[in-house]
Design a protein around this ligand. Structure first.
Ligand SMILES: *Cc1c(COP(=O)(O)O)cnc(C)c1O
Length: 430
């Protein structure tokens, strides 16, 4: 499979280079040159196929022959080796829980797939070392750190803003050791991101082979389509058109759902539900792409005002906005509405959610009020315990701490603190 840059100013590359570059040299996002539909028979028989095989078939064409079939099958198997339960909420609404992986967030799926692919490529060239450099406002760091823990030839450096991630999130970054280094930045998430961008352009850091690990990276973005396939397999017997509602920030997850649809997966409609950072809902309604300053919200993993993956969504529809709007929509909910959604799920359906999942629920409920023939699934993207204070306070309950979190609560946080880019550079070179 070849990938082109969506800025069209740099050469086409294979999967391995798209993975190790992250972003093309012209700063464009990599995008598959062509996507081939899977045969109809695959979807007809899907209930009889096993999960590993289904996901392997979904991703196979995007890797091409760069990873041998048996190894790719093993990578897929390890990527999805935890549960993806589908919880019925009402007669037409389900919650797809994506938070049963090691760091309790859906980003585990992409991070596990990417780390294993990179480990395979490094095995070919043992002298090659890579440094994964990421900025995190919360969930990305933990998932990436966990996914890459112990992968030989790869160092991971995670930048996070001091005092701006939750205690649990900080522990997930700072207690792993081995090849994972946590760097606390005296500043904001934007400062962290600015340092990462600067490092990628810094000639003096070329020897580190810096690689990104956010959803801009094709190896983190594409495996996110797996759970759309697995959900269809489980709900096919309902024999009704299927809607997905995806709590969205950078729009990588919803974009992966559209790729699944391109592959032939019968999805009637995808909703990208956002918090108050409503650039895309506004754009689809009014036609102007107006990026406002990012607003901090309760669903902080979605505090993104210029979603990087939206260009990929447009590309999947060949920039045909009418076609796009027939199959994809976006809506926005503020914090007050989010809390109301959480309370409604709890009081009416005895279901404990956190702010991100609740926004997915609200988007779905709104859509289904005009469509009584479909069933819908909202993606529960994080475990409620990751947003402990918000959940306990608003639902007036006490959450049980899962054992995976309990075990890190007593470990010592190991971190390096920097204030300036020069300090970061000194650390990276040490
Ligand atoms: C990252 C994240 C999102 C947003 O996903 P995108 O792919 O960036 O749209 C939603 N919920 C949670 C909990 C997240 O960590």
């Amino acid at each position: 499979m070849l990938y082109k840059s969506l800025n069209l100013q740099s050469p086409d590359v294979h999967f391995k280079k798209a993975l190790t570059d992250g972003l093309a040299s012209d700063k464009g996002l990599y995008f598959p040159k062509n996507i081939e539909r899977l045969p109809t028979s695959f979807f007809e028989q899907i209930e009889d196929l096993d999960d590993d095989y289904i996901c392997f078939k979904a991703i196979e064409q995007f890797i091409g022959d760069e990873i041998p079939e048996e190894i790719l099958k093993q990578i897929v198997k390890e990527t999805i080796n935890f549960e993806f339960p589908i919880i019925p909420i009402s007669s037409s609404i389900y919650s797809l829980e994506l938070f049963h992986g090691p760091t309790l967030a859906f980003k585990d799926v992409g991070a596990r797939f990417m780390s294993r692919c990179l480990a395979y490529f490094n095995r070919e060239q043992p002298s090659q070392k890579n440094t994964i450099l990421v900025a995190t406002s919360g969930d990305t760091g933990g998932a990436v750190a966990n996914g890459f823990l112990g992968v030989s030839g790869v160092n991971v450096v995670i930048l996070y803003p001091q005092n701006k991630v939750s205690d649990i999130q900080e522990r997930q970054l700072t207690t792993l050791g081995q090849n994972i280094k946590a760097v606390e930045v005296i500043g904001t998430f934007d400062d962290c991101q600015a340092m990462v961008k600067k490092a990628f352009l810094d000639e003096e850091l070329q020897n580190l082979n810096l690689t990104s690990a956010n959803s801009i990276n094709v190896a983190r973005w594409l495996p996110q389509m797996f759970y759309y396939f697995l959900t269809y397999k489980k709900l096919k017997k309902e024999n009704k058109p299927l809607i997905f509602s995806v709590p969205s920030g950078n729009f990588g997850n919803s974009c992966a759902g559209i790729v699944a649809k391109k592959l032939g997966l019968p999805i009637r409609h995808i909703i990208a539900a956002t918090n108050s950072n409503d650039t895309i809902p506004n754009y689809l309604e009014k036609g102007n792409f107006d990026v406002k300053p990012t607003i901090p919200t309760l669903s902080n993993a979605m505090d993104v005002s210029n979603p990087s993956n939206f260009v990929r969504i447009k590309a999947l529809y060949n920039d045909d906005l009418q076609h796009l709007k027939a199959e994809f929509s976006s809506c926005s909910y503020n914090d007050e509405e989010t809390v109301k959604g959480m309370k409604e799920l709890f009081e009416q359906f005895k279901y404990v959610s956190e702010p991100h999942g609740a926004i997915g629920y609200l988007g779905l409920k709104n859509y289904l009020s005009n469509d009584s023939t479909s069933i819908g699934v909202f993606l529960a993207t994080a475990h409620p315990v990751k947003f402990l204070d918000t959940v306990e306070k608003n639902l007036n309950i006490e959450l049980e701490i899962p054992s995976s979190i309990q075990s890190i609560l007593t470990l010592k946080k190991e971190k390096y603190t920097v204030k300036t880019y020069e300090e970061l550079k000194k650390f990276l070179n040490s």
